[in-house]
Design a protein around this ligand. Structure first.
Ligand SMILES: Cc1ncc(COP(=O)(O)O)c(C=O)c1O
Length: 472
């Protein structure tokens, strides 16, 4: 057993009992496990993980959009262990240590333009929280104390902490925790499959300008946007979108925050979303893939212009977290970045994006597949009730489709991916960046029969007779 990493049978029963009694899982309906087993993942290697019973799964979500370099990277973890022998922990509050310094310099060298100043956090929500505080503080320091609001996009997820939730545009996640820090206002996202009335793709950026004007430019601190929006299902930007947002931000002295918590470190085939879509943000938030998920770390990458007022005289950014930039995590991040470079991970994603996408496009003959979208190794399939009219499922139907069937069935067949209805129902795929044609084939071999069965179960219009007619 020791060689496979599988727990012994008795230990398995104990783990189940302990999990059910004591572990409170994030964003999880704990009640669902009263009758069924908690999935307990005990081992990982490359694109695959194994549960306590020895069942193998293809990790089609990089766990949570973060295990970018694949699982089982003891080589990278080892770098952290070696760092612990030098200095295990010291804070970055008024002190520095080599891993934080070297990582800051490395990240700055990878980021575009004058994004040269790196402020570490312990994860994505802390990065967003820090960016929002930085934006307010920057405007106060530069003589615009009323610039406090943040413009974000509908259905976007920017984190779980209260400040980050004020930017999050998913009503169901917001309402249980209201009231928030005031100032989070929302505009349409770039879902070009379902454009709001009166919009075309080229006019979506104008919604940001209209909103800033409506709120009063003297009250708006920042716009926060993901390069490709995760929640809702991988909304990519229309041509020229980010360039126009940049112009709008410059017009009104509003900071442009690129929330790259998912999209940085290779997910789109580039270090940062700004390089994929050719724009220059003032602040980038990152986390997840920066360490290949081998240790928790996040950060803000801030332009020289925005950092400048904090670097003078007695000024400071009155903000920080104890474990931000932890020496072990920073060392792991340096080792992970070295692996990204040495193993040609970004090049691999760019070379394999087209076959990955083509595999997903080949599923379009299944009537329930309404749209396929995304970029790099970050793709989504939107599921519809009627492909011709784009009619979506009502809440009960979405519940029975996603939680009643898809999530369980995909997992049972060995594929971990996300079946989500924070917007309209989608399946999201975000495999480790080392995945290739073999994994794409495996993903298709699971998705095809499951989506065909979903088409039948949900009585999708457009004809089950079309099921099985495969586009080459
Ligand atoms: C775009 C974006 N921002 C922020 C967060 C929050 O990150 P974390 O869960 O590490 O706090 C997430 C998490 O998925 C995210 O996708």
């Amino acid at each position: 057993m020791a060689t496979t990493g599988q727990p012994a049978a008795g230990a398995t029963a104990t783990l189940q009992e302990l999990a059910k009694r004591h572990l409170w899982m994030a964003f999880t309906r704990m009640g669902a496990y009263a009758e069924s087993e908690v999935p307990i993942i005990v081992r990982g290697d490359g694109c695959y993980v194994w549960d306590e019973h020895g069942n193998r799964y293809l990790d089609g979500l990089s766990s949570l959009f973060c295990a970018n370099l694949g699982h089982g990277r003891a080589d990278i973890a080892r770098a952290g262990a070696e760092q612990a022998e030098r200095i295990d922990y010291f804070s970055t509050w008024s002190y520095a240590h080599p891993p934080a310094i070297e990582l800051a310099a490395k990240v700055a060298s990878l980021a575009p333009g004058d994004l040269n100043r790196v402020f570490f956090t312990s994860g994505g929500s802390e990065s967003v929280e820090s960016a929002l505080k930085l934006a307010r503080s920057y405007h106060k320091l530069t003589g615009h104390p009323n610039k406090t609001k943040v413009v974000a996009r509908e259905i976007a997820y920017h984190g779980a902490s209260l400040g980050a939730l004020s930017a999050t545009g998913i009503p169901a996640l917001r309402t249980p925790f209201e009231p928030f820090t005031p100032g989070g206002v929302h505009v349409p996202n770039t879902n070009v499959y379902r454009l709001p009335d009166g919009f075309d793709p080229s006019s979506l950026a104008e919604a940001v300008r209209d909103r800033i004007l409506f709120e009063g430019p003297e009250t708006v601190a920042a716009v926060i946007l993901e390069p490709v929006q995760n929640a809702g299902g991988c909304f990519t930007p229309p041509e020229g979108y980010f360039q126009r947002i940049r112009e709008i931000c410059d017009e009104f002295d509003v900071l442009m925050i690129s929330d790259d918590v998912i999209c940085s470190f290779g997910r789109l085939g580039t270090w940062f979303g700004a390089q994929r879509y050719d724009y220059q943000p003032d602040v980038v938030t990152t986390a997840k893939g920066i360490t290949g998920a081998i240790a928790p770390l996040g950060g803000l990458i801030v332009s020289d212009r925005v950092a400048a007022p904090f670097m003078e005289g007695t000024e400071m950014f009155l903000h920080g977290f104890t474990f931000a930039g932890h020496p072990i995590c920073a060392t792991v991040a340096l080792a992970a970045i070295e692996a990204y470079e040495r193993e040609g991970i970004l090049e691999h994603v760019r070379a394999n994006e087209a076959p990955f996408r083509a595999m997903l496009e080949s599923l379009r003959d299944i009537p329930i597949v309404g749209d396929v979208r995304g970029a790099g190794y970050f793709q989504a399939i939107e599921l519809v009730k009627d492909r011709d009219t784009k009619e979506t499922f009502d809440d009960d139907e979405a519940e029975s489709l996603l939680r009643g069937f898809l999530s369980g069935e995909l997992f049972r067949r060995g594929l971990i991916c996300r079946a989500d209805d924070r917007g309209d129902p989608v399946i999201q795929l975000s495999p480790p960046l080392i995945a290739g044609p073999e994994q794409f084939e495996e993903i298709e071999a699971v998705l095809r029969p499951v989506l065909e069965e979903a088409t039948r179960r949900m009585h999708v219009r457009g004809g089950t007779e079309r099921v099985g007619v495969r586009r080459e």
